[in-house]
Design a protein around this ligand. Structure first.
Ligand code: GLA
Length: 684
């Protein structure tokens, strides 16, 4: 792995891939290769032809970072406005620096410099790209993507996940026959399109060439996939240019979020493995505690005694962390119509619900051997709160109009330094005054009425990251969970500051299997929170047995959200057994493999591996038409190592190559049937 330069050709090499581009005689950066490993000395830059007077060289050249202006009509990465009203950019190669990463300088003599950064990720089969725009004269950026990629094929298939609240991460596959735009325009939450693109042609989980790119940004994003007229497919990722304007004074610069890009000739599973490796490299490596969360049990009706009662039961079933969700602060009580317009912003402990503060509860939680966590929604304010009364100007609001409430709340303008200071100080105080080990950071509505400040789409998220980093710096070891009405804030930007993500408010155990599978395409299991909750499920109204519910939640980072005070003793004992089993499986659940179900029955298969063994989860939602078995071929084992496992009530030992080549037969019966098979590596 490494970066090399031969003349005007640049090669960025991971263990198995190469990414190559060269400077053309016009000073443009022409992309030449992204795929299997090659040697720069072999690279041939075939001549490019202007096909006609309508297909000029600037458009025909697949450029690393095309800008708006001149003869460029496909998607461009950068558009700016100069003080004289001009908008034409003409960026040409102006040198490079090669140190830990490669920085290629592009320059427009009208006063703009762009540095393109290329980095090989240590120990991960992926590269990272981003751009820095330097203004030598005052300019206004109107579009600024992080990177453009070129895949030398047409007729590719695009994979992404799409959805909405309660239905996040639904895998979507579509042919790219023209241009596809996947975007978010909501500012703080995005359940709709996740900022990544996976391109392939006739690939499976284990075969076929696959290219994947993911953007590390949690706000408005835009991913464009365009089949060009010239036999290629371009992919561009970055901050969404919709409603964006970023003004730079002379001497200012703007750094885009990064894109992580990876290629494999071996299908989606290895691609996902690389993305998971990258995700894990951002995360705190400690195993995540089994948590109990009170939200579905109590909603806003949180009281000290009620939480203590839940805490006793949570400890009894083996929870390691007890999290009080919404409702503990301010005057956070629903109105008779169910609406809630007070509390957010007033981060003082409600003296009615907690007459002696949080300490009595936290003390009990600690005595029970658990750590304590708390819910906050720091970017928001309710109109009836004291904070809003004191600072009505702190929210996003169009002059001369009433602000838009959603869920009875407004969004604070985090780009304002005083607001950032308030949020940072509030969290610092909360964590200093109370022994808190875990913060669930929620954001339950999109931004609106941002007015003239068209850079807040970016600045808000930048401030969010800064605040979380600063609070973590002051309180090392505290874990932060990213939540935005469920899974609205999951991306590599969020994972670079948060430790956990709340995947979806949809806690139906069957729906969750689809959500988890979609999530697994790019993001690692370690961060994926999943709870077991009561039935009938509040959303699906479906009643699924406890074993299936636990097994489904155990495919991620286990949590429990049931009302444990009304749970039967039988179920409490069963829950304790599942939690104990999960704790024993947790060390084996390192890598997450996307298995294909080769059976016509609707088996759902999740497999994890680690050097010590593997875990297979199999689910059969509904038995149909005299169902049959499925044969599951495992992945990620050592071919020559031996593994002990139990199948059909018998203990077996088999080599990794047998389990990966031939596999094991799994046969479930009934509806909502599920099983876990554990494979322990046997010492030779
Ligand atoms: C959002 C979250 C839930 C819960 C509620 C509390 O909907 O996704 O998990 O925290 O807010 O209001």
């Amino acid at each position: 792995m490494g970066i090399d330069v031969a003349g005007s050709t640049f090669g960025i090499h991971t263990d198995t891939t190469s990414y190559v581009f060269a400077v053309t005689d016009q000073g443009l950066l022409r992309h030449l290769h992204w795929g299997g490993r090659i040697d720069l000395s072999d690279v041939i830059a075939e001549p490019l032809w202007e096909l006609s007077t309508n297909d000029l060289i600037q458009d025909v050249t697949p450029q690393e970072y095309p800008c708006h202006g001149r003869f460029r009509y496909n998607e461009h990465c950068l558009a700016i406005k100069f003080a004289d009203g001009g908008r034409e950019l003409d960026l040409r190669y102006a040198g490079h620096d090669l140190a830990a990463d490669l920085v290629v300088h592009l320059h427009d003599e009208k006063g703009v410099r762009v540095d393109l950064h290329y980095e090989v990720l240590e120990g991960i089969d992926a590269i990272r790209r981003w751009a820095v725009v330097h203004a030598e004269v005052p300019v206004r950026i109107e579009a600024v993507a992080s990177a453009q990629f070129h895949i030398p094929f047409r007729d590719l298939e695009l994979r992404n996940v799409a959805g909405r609240w309660g239905a996040e991460f639904q895998e979507v596959v579509q042919p790219v026959s023209s241009k596809v735009v996947l975007e978010s325009r909501r500012g703080v939450s995005n359940h709709h399109h996740n900022p990544f693109a996976v391109l392939s042609r006739q690939a499976t989980e284990t075969s076929g060439r696959v290219w994947g790119m993911a953007l590390a940004f949690s706000g408005n994003t835009k991913t464009v996939v365009e089949q060009t007229q010239y036999g290629q497919t371009l992919v561009q990722l970055g901050i969404n240019d919709a409603d964006l304007a970023i003004s730079l004074a002379a001497g200012d610069s703007f750094t885009t979020p990064a894109v992580v890009a990876t290629y494999t000739p071996d299908g989606f599973d290895p691609l996902s493995q690389t993305f998971h490796d990258y995700g894990r490299s951002l995360l705190n490596p400690a195993p995540r505690p089994v948590l109990y969360n009170s939200w579905e049990a109590t909603n806003f009706a949180v009281t000290c005694d009620g939480q203590i009662a839940l805490a006793h039961r949570a400890a009894q079933i083996g929870a390691e962390l007890f999290v009080v969700d919404d409702g503990w602060f301010g005057r956070r009580n629903p109105e008779p119509n169910g609406g809630i317009t007070d509390g957010l912003g007033d981060w003082w402990v409600d003296p009615v619900k907690f007459p002696d503060g949080l300490k009595p509860l936290i003390d009990v939680v600690h005595e029970l051997g658990m750590s304590f966590g708390i819910w906050v929604e720091p970017e928001m304010v309710n109109p009836r709160s004291d904070l809003y009364a004191a600072h009505p100007d702190w929210i996003y609001r169009e002059p001369g109009r009433d602000p838009d409430p959603a869920r009875g709340q407004y969004v604070l303008n985090l780009a304002v330094p005083a607001v950032q200071e308030f949020v940072t100080t509030m969290l610092d105080g909360l964590l200093s005054d109370n022994d808190i080990a875990y913060v669930k950071w929620d954001a339950n509505r999109p931004m609106s009425q941002v007015g003239a400040a068209r850079d807040v789409w970016y600045r808000h998220i930048e401030a969010l990251y800064t605040i979380v980093r600063e609070v973590k710096r002051r309180h090392p070891g505290v874990l932060f969970e990213a939540c935005a009405s469920g899974g609205g804030r999951i991306d590599f930007g969020a994972l670079s500051v948060f430790d956990d993500v709340w995947t979806s408010d949809n806690t139906d155990a069957l729906d969750r299997l689809d959500i988890h599978r979609g999530y697994s395409l790019v993001y690692p299991p370690q961060a994926m929170r999943a709870w077991v909750t009561d039935v009938p499920n509040f959303l699906s109204q479906r009643s699924i047995g406890l074993a299936f519910r636990f097994h489904s939640a155990m495919t991620g980072s286990l949590g429990i959200g049931c009302n444990l005070t009304t749970m039967s003793d039988v179920d409490l004992r069963a829950a304790a057994t599942f939690v104990q089993q999960y704790k024993q499986l947790r060390p084996l659940m390192h890598r997450w493999h996307r298995l294909e179900n080769p059976s016509s029955n609707d088996y759902r298969l999740f497999q994890y591996s680690s050097p010590a063994g593997a875990v297979l989860f199999a689910f059969l939602p509904a038995s149909r038409l005299g169902h049959t078995s499925t044969t599951v071929r495992l992945r990620g084992l050592e071919p020559t190592a031996r593994y002990r496992f139990e199948l059909d009530w018998q203990t077996h030992v088999a080599r990794g190559d047998y389990l990966m080549q031939r596999g094991v037969r799994v046969w479930l019966q009934g509806d909502y049937a599920s099983t876990i098979i554990r494979f322990d590596r046997v010492e030779d």
